[in-house]
Design a protein. Sequence first.
Length: 298
Amino acid sequence: MEEPQIKIGTLAGKGPRTAEYLRSLLPFGFESFQINFHKSLEDVDLAELGAELSELLAETGSTISCLGIYGNPLGEEPDDIAIRYAWETAIDQAEAFGTQLVCGFTGRVRGASIPDSMHRFADVFGDLSRRAEDRGVRIAFENCPMGGDWHSGDWNLAHNPAAWELLFNAVPSENIGLEWEPCHQMCQLIDPIPQIRQYGDRIFHVHGKDANIRHDLIQKYGIFGKEYIVEHRHPGFGDCNWTHIISELTMMSYRGSIDIEGWHDPVYRDHLELTGQVHALRYLKDCRADYVPNPDGF
């Protein structure tokens, strides 16, 4: 019997063409896929898509790690209402994909501070977490600032460890956790590694994205200069030691997926996107110690 281990996969939400896209990726050895949506479900019937993908993956050994819903469910604009509906539908249909995890942004009250958004967060995700609990589903929040900070923003509250504590207190449910990646912490000049031990029981999903911190630009221009001081990179091209990250995750009993979040690398992008992603896939597999059973009796 094979020991459970962390799967290495990628984000694969392509709306109505998702099954076609997965079919094109399977020969490269991706072990899991996050099916992600931006602002709406794009007229996709999740029940039908779940059945189609389950049939596609049935004999492959690859799985759907989670559904991803990225928008601002705390607002009242048409896109916000659509993304709240997407959260509800994803929670209801997660089982059709063979997963029990839905991830995304918390949203936030536009222009308000993180503390001043907590009441609205508690209203919306109190209901969503209860809906998820009733269906055996967990919810995980990505840690991307989306251009916001502590004082103001448009998209997401869950980008800072102090904010995580407020979120967990506002909705004190064990089925609320993090969709964590080191890149977004490095962009804030936070050391990501200690977070794994502190929040390991709250890390439900991991995005495989790395970063290069441009210390030369920080020394020349500071952190508020005209140049970006951090570059988002595919794993294998950034500053993180993923052998260390995977070891720490394993120590904390994490057995989910690391799904590569592409489409950000300044070098391996456009016609080189899949080149970068497949390199990241192979690199992360090399960083993972694949299970080998001990000899009988030892």
